[in-house]
Design a protein around this ligand. Structure first.
Ligand code: 3HC
Length: 687
């Protein structure tokens, strides 16, 4: 039974019971509809509705969104609750999200537990509230609050919900509190639908529109939500409901909603494989080698998750720098209200930095985040092997280096794994878990447990240059540089990719991270690079000119006075010059052509990555791109996006591009297979 009913004297208790999150699928809707009839026939004095398992309801069952809607529909069920002559009280524990929050709005009264939250995250799934949220919420909390909650999709905690009038009371035991509400008070509550609509306020609407443009650029649902809220102000309640429902159903089947649902479920699927039965090592004390920005970010992420952390450095200056770096992050978190004074002190107590490897003799995990040099890594791993217990896992945060070679520096390479964090490591959600040739299941299981404890998205990847993310990034940059040299500018390319949905283009992003890192990688790859492959020298020229990015005041762009970026004609001239010497007749690429080339290059590389088994499946590649590299979430990730183009179209275009450069555009066999078989790229598996 997805909804249970129980009567005690004159009080009816309706409980949504659909584990794990009380999602509102067909059986819950049916159960609720029947509960309304039951309550009315039983002539109850009140109904208290709550959720089993400490969770009110997580909203509509999104697994049903790929099929046609089935009766009873939620708006009808909620209208029945709303119109019932028996007062309904929502007793909210855990979360009331989306349709869950809409159930609460249809009730006559709402009481929340202090730790509970309530919200309308529909736009994060590419839809709008579809069961009255856009019509009831503005009546209850006013236009500005409703626009905030619905167009941003961020839930609010109980106290704020109380402050804005969304709920009537906050109580540790909301069910009991609902039972205690006196009958007179209960009779005085007005149904939300009967509250007056707020006044139309152009300033509030414009501010919300601007916020959507800047925060949710490219996304349709937040705009639609705003339009429907605005329209509802001038319409009778039922007409408002009607346009809301129609818009919800249209959006439900849209490409953006499908893409966002794909990412939602892919994110939840990012866990240890079911057949990984090895027991992870117990983790309490973790050693981090290197206290630079990456090492200190990793250290802070570990501290946040309750670990004891020791940073190992080479000298006293390094120790001091590590302490300063960690302290700076703690202070910033305190300032931003993410932790309180006690939390910051407690984190400091669990942290140490030292040059003495003997101090980590009880650590069961070490994460090396030292300088990207094989010699340095080998020395560090040899020292870690000596210092840590024999069962401890030894991890490297290397971004590019060969993990198998690193593993050869210890006598038992099965202890070695890659844990590739993304800067800033305490904020970025992606964790690439690099599985080497000898990595044990115990090490892998430990990697996944750590990822979960750090509340990151762990994705297992194989060993190759750049693993999944940086390998695709390298191809992204190579394609962009080729376009630049052959006929464009960094700013045009950046703009084209921002229009696609990236927060910033490849050149602005590289100016942030620094051009020297990629330069060092190119030098490392010199020995193994295919001499027949076209090499674009402009980035090397930039480094020669000292244009290393923001940190030197100039990179692909100039940053006069350390301020905002401006286009740099000297940079544009570099491409003219190089193209001239290479005898290239430059062409003028449109934004569409730029996007197409860059994205096809990435898709082609990703398909090779999948075929080689470097990624376990296509949706892992999507997670890497969305959570580590700024690929627009609402496009569902690279491989999901590729399927919207279709393998046949992709291969046909690649065949054209191959005529220009058969090496750079060599078509991935996996794409050819998908095109020939008419299968989805997302369904393709490693060879
Ligand atoms: N529908 C279907 N399944 C859902 C679901 C939903 N709305 N929400 C969560 N699940 C599933 C997850 O896929 C996961 O399944 P798995 O165990 O098979 O991987 C399981 O429930 C547990 O979810 P989490 O791992 O996310 O559990 P957490 O405890 O970390 O988080 C949560 C719980 C905060 C409820 C989180 O799952 C969440 O945010 N869910 C989505 C909420 C949402 O967006 N609701 C709006 C839906 S649209 C809507 O309501 C339209 C309406 O207006 C008509």
């Amino acid at each position: 039974m997805s909804v249970t009913t129980r009567r005690e004297d004159n009080v009816g208790y309706v409980t949504i019971d659909s584990p794990p999150v009380n999602a509102i699928g067909r059986s819950v809707r049916t159960g609720l509809r029947d509960a309304v009839t039951w309550a009315e026939q039983s002539n109850l004095e009140r109904v208290i509705i709550s959720g089993a398992g400490g969770m009110f309801a997580a909203g509509a069952d999104t697994k049903e969104f790929d099929s046609d809607p089935v009766e009873p529909h939620l708006p009808d069920v909620l209208n029945a609750i709303d119109q019932s002559f028996i007062p309904w009280i929502a007793a909210i524990e855990g979360v009331a999200l989306g349709g869950g929050a809409e159930i609460a709005l249809a009730c006559d009264m709402r009481i929340m537990a202090p730790s509970a939250s309530i919200g309308f995250p529909e736009v994060t799934l590419g839809v709008i509230p579809g069961a009255g949220g856009t019509q009831r919420l503005p009546r209850l909390v006013g236009l500005a609050n409703a626009l905030d909650m619905i167009t941003l999709g961020k839930p609010v905690k109980a106290q704020l919900a109380l402050d804005i009038g969304l709920v009537h009371a906050v109580d540790e035991d909301p069910v009991y509190a609902a039972f205690m509400v006196n009958s007179e008070a209960l009779g005085s509550f007005v149904s939300v639908r009967d509250l007056p609509v707020p006044m139309l306020d152009a300033a509030i609407l414009n501010a919300a529109r601007e916020r959507i443009n800047s925060k949710s650029s490219g996304q349709i649902a937040p705009h639609k939500a705003l339009d429907i809220i605005e329209a509802g102000i001038g319409l009778p309640f039922l007409e408002g409901l009607d346009i809301e429902r129609k818009t919800f159903l249209t959006l439900r089947g849209s490409e953006q909603a499908k893409a966002l649902r794909h990412v939602f479920f892919a994110e939840r699927g990012a866990k240890a494989p079911a057949d990984l039965t090895a027991k992870p090592v117990e983790l309490a004390h973790v050693a981090v080698v290197g206290g630079g920005l990456m090492g200190s970010g990793i250290a802070y992420a570990l501290l946040n998750s309750g670990f004891r952390v020791t940073i190992l450095e080479t000298d006293d200056d390094g120790v001091e720098r590590a302490c300063t770096n960690v302290d700076t992050i703690i202070a910033a978190s305190l300032k931003r209200g993410l932790i309180d004074e006690a939390g910051s002190n407690e984190r400091r107590k669990r942290f140490a930095a030292t040059t003495n490897y003997n101090n980590v003799s009880d650590a069961t995990l070490a994460i090396e985040a030292a300088y990207e040099s094989m010699d340095v890594k080998r020395t560090v791993f040899a020292a870690l092997e000596q210092a840590l217990p024999a069962h401890a896992i030894l991890a490297s945060n290397t971004s590019y280096l060969d993990l198998n070679e690193i593993a050869r520096s210890v006598s038992d390479p099965s202890r070695v794994i890659g844990l590739h964090f993304f800067a800033p490591a305490h904020i970025m959600k992606l964790l690439e878990i690099v599985v080497g040739a000898h990595t044990s299941d115990t090490a892998l299981a430990t990697g996944f447990v750590l990822g979960k404890r750090l509340r990151k998205i762990p994705v297992a990847v194989g060993v190759c240059d750049g693993f999944v993310g940086n390998r695709i990034l390298a191809r992204y940059r190579e394609a962009a540089d080729t376009i630049f040299m052959d006929g464009s500018t960094p700013w045009d390319i950046d703009e084209a990719m921002v229009e696609f949905g990236y927060a910033m283009g490849p050149y602005a992003a590289q100016d942030l991270s620094g051009l020297d890192i990629a330069h060092a990688n190119r030098r490392r790859q010199d020995a193994t690079r295919d001499p027949a492959r076209r090499y674009i020298p402009i980035a090397d020229r930039m480094v020669e000119l000292g244009k290393l990015g923001r940190k030197t005041g100039a990179g692909w762009y100039r940053y006069p006075g350390g301020g905002g970026r401006v286009d740099d004609p000297i940079v544009a001239d570099l491409a003219l010059e190089e193209a001239h010497f290479a005898g290239i007749k430059r062409v003028d690429y449109s934004a569409d052509e730029i996007r197409e080339r860059v994205l096809l290059a990435m898709i082609n590389e990703a398909a090779d990555i999948l075929q080689e088994g470097i990624a376990r499946n296509a949706s892992d590649i999507d997670l890497v791109l969305v959570f580590g590299y700024g690929f627009p979430r609402w496009r569902g990730g690279l491989m999901h996006y590729a399927d919207t183009l279709g393998a046949k179209t992709i291969v046909a275009r690649l065949e054209e591009l191959c005529k220009e450069d058969p090496i750079a555009w060599k078509i991935s066999p996996l794409l050819q297979q998908c095109a020939a078989n008419g299968t989805l790229i997302s369904d393709a598996a490693p060879a």
